[in-house]
Design a protein around this ligand. Structure first.
Ligand code: GCU
Length: 432
């Protein structure tokens, strides 16, 4: 054989990456733990103890000091630090219809540019709003396959961006075609959301940073390099942090749109974009509700459980998602200065909803629930009710309050069942 040992393991990695990306969870990779009895003994960092070991005694101490300690650790050791809002953001409405979805909705598209000259990368935000006189609360989300993939609506701009190869999605040479319209619509019940009185705003995550490891040469990262810098430093933003940053820029637009109630924006994401929505909610306190759907490792699941996907596996297969420093914890989860329950704690006292799927063992559904459980005491300290159940609930038996959770039957996906729970949860928070 012409392949060296090195090149054949590289080939294996490429094949694994391709499979993961193409069939997202059609399989549970072998060689990982899916057995609850084999979860190692672990002890979690205490969100209510300062780094010097003393106890956080009241809400004030949490708000002024402890929260900042935890946020700093996630920024420098896990996701990487993101830049502030750029001085110049330029919003341009590129389309408008007050007769969308058979007349029940307003649809508009807005481009977000980082300079007035409209050069360099930009983000295309697609917005559906209920046709009503009063401003609407909104779900803000990123999508995997372009705005045109969420609905067959022929007026939606077809993305020109790089897309990952994906079977039956009409993608040719990494670009969308007319056949790509509506290919992801099963995950986007737009009419249902509109009929419940909510808006939906969504953006292709590849507009912010295309999801492949190119050493951070494309997407928004290069906009912020210092003179001579060619890639982020070990404590600076990876792709997940960049996607979350993009959500904040979309929020910057929503704040200017008088048809939107900016105090009622929920950020929602699935899988890698669920990891992203949690980080967006942690870093941007303007989000009123934060929803993670099947986010797994590096999202809602506790890393120390070593159940399903591990820190080493995610860093090897997706080296661009987290910051350089996160690689220090490959196979050393017990040395992480934080765990994912503290990511949830950063969202407190705002409403948080974590959803799991029973067959999605790769994402460690039980570990996703446990993060909420262990974050619950921070909610209590901040005057909210603790999580409603200390036991992992049965499938399709949601728990609610300020902390919401369900594990649905079925596989890794976003379904109408999930969306119905998010709409109910939002109704509860907004007393609708
Ligand atoms: C991979 C990855 C997960 C991720 C998922 C997705 O399977 O291992 O961490 O959540 O892709 O985003 O679809």
């Amino acid at each position: 054989m012409l392949f060296s040992k090195h090149s054949s393991s590289l080939m294996a990695l490429l094949v694994v990456t391709f499979l993961c990306n193409s069939f997202a969870f059609a399989f549970q990779p072998e060689g990982y733990n899916y057995d609850e009895a084999k979860v190692p003994a672990y002890s979690l960092p205490d969100p209510l103890k300062f780094e010097d070991g003393s106890a956080v005694r009241n809400a004030q101490q949490w708000k002024t000091k402890r929260r900042a300690e935890i946020l700093h650790l996630f920024e420098t050791e896990v996701y990487g630090k993101s830049p502030a809002r750029p001085a110049c953001l330029h919003f341009e409405q590129t389309s408008f219809s007050d007769n969308a979805l058979d007349g029940i909705a307003i649809r508009k598209e807005v481009s977000i540019w980082f300079n007035k000259e409209k050069t360099g990368p930009h983000l295309d935000l697609l917005i559906y709003l209920p046709k009503q006189k009063t401003p609407a609360p909104v779900f803000l989300t990123l999508n995997f396959k372009g705005n045109h993939s969420i609905s067959k609506d022929p007026q939606i701009k077809l993305s020109q961006q790089w897309m990952r190869a994906s079977s039956n999605s009409g993608i040719v040479d990494h670009r969308a075609t007319e056949k790509s319209r509506g290919v992801a619509s099963s995950r986007w019940p737009v009419e249902m959301i509109i009929k419940r009185g909510y808006g939906l705003a969504t953006m292709y995550y590849g507009d912010i940073d295309p999801d492949f490891d190119d050493g951070f040469q494309n997407g928004v990262h290069p906009l912020f390099y210092k003179k001579g810098q060619t890639k982020p430093n070990a404590d600076q933003w990876g792709s997940v942090a960049a996607w979350a940053w993009g959500l904040s820029r979309a929020f910057d637009y929503l704040e200017t749109d008088c048809a939107v109630v900016s105090e009622k924006v929920a950020v929602m994401g699935h899988s890698r974009l669920g990891k992203t929505s949690l980080w967006a909610g942690a870093t941007d306190e303007r989000f009123a509700i934060v929803i993670s759907n099947d986010s797994g490792c590096g999202g809602a699941a506790l890393s120390r459980r070593h159940f399903g996907e591990t820190v080493e596996r995610i860093n090897n297969v997706f080296p661009h998602w987290f910051c350089g420093n996160f690689k220090k914890y490959n196979e050393k989860e017990s040395t992480l200065p934080v765990d994912q329950h503290e990511l949830i704690a950063l969202i407190a006292p705002r409403a948080v909803y974590v959803a799991s799927a029973k067959e999605d063992t790769w994402a460690d559904p039980h570990g996703e629930f446990l993060s909420l459980l262990h974050a619950s005491k921070v909610y209590e300290l901040l005057g909210k009710k603790p999580i409603a159940s200390k036991q992992w609930p049965q499938p399709n038996k949601p728990i609610t309050g300020s902390i919401g959770y369900h594990v649905r039957t079925g596989k890794h996906d976003v379904t109408n069942y999930d969306w119905n729970r998010y709409l109910d949860f939002a109704d509860l928070q907004y007393e609708k």
